[in-house]
Design a protein around this ligand. Sequence first.
Ligand code: SF4
Ligand code: SF4
Length: 237
Amino acid sequence: MDNRLQYIAENYEKMKIGVDDSFPFHCTMCGKCCINREDILLNPEDLFRIADFLHLTPKEVVEQYCVAYIGDTSRMPIVQIKPQGTIKRCPFLKDQKCSIQEAKPTVCALFPIGRCVCIQKDQALGDNTPEIQYLFSDPGCGDTSESHTVREWLTSYGIPVQDPFFSHWQHIMLAVGGYIRKSEATSPQPVLEAIWSLVFQSLYLEYDMETEFMPQFLENSQLVLGAMKRLASRVKE
Ligand code: SF4
Ligand code: SF4
């Protein structure tokens, strides 16, 4: 478990905040959260929204602004914004401002709020969609001259309180990551490379930019899950 997850696990009860609870925070626009960053991850919806905003395809956004790798813990393909220069500046920081403000990654929009869902290991997709829990702790920046509720903060960025994409994405990460971990124990490297390629292409890249994101994401994630299940049943035979 990485240090951040360890901290959350140990302080979860203290950090929990209700959607209509207030937290003190005013961003003083110092721009420090956009430099020295190597941890800004894009989920497929972030990538689609940024691509749409920049009139590019998700593949072009990855090629121009990101790095992709396999997550140490999740074993899933991860897309991270590639920082620039010695100060590791986010490539979207222009003139001290976020140049993709309207489509900024969810992790940037949510800050200083965090969120998580509690999913049982063998819980099926669509079973009692778990409630999203919000978290807040002192971000160590800005000041406390403003107070916001979580609901108001999310609404200002167009993020639904019970974001269906987020719950579904957590399920997919857990389920597909589990299949990949099992495959790593039994499959040769070329097969693993083919699995990672299928997962990456289907979940992150293969979207028609003229069509709504969510139905395509649901279809692509079913395709990936179906392929992983077929692969797992073949390994058992
Ligand atoms: S995407 Fe925007 S808000 Fe996020 S780190 Fe880059 S410049 Fe800052
Ligand atoms: S969120 Fe914090 S670090 Fe980022 S610009 Fe605002 S005050 Fe600075």
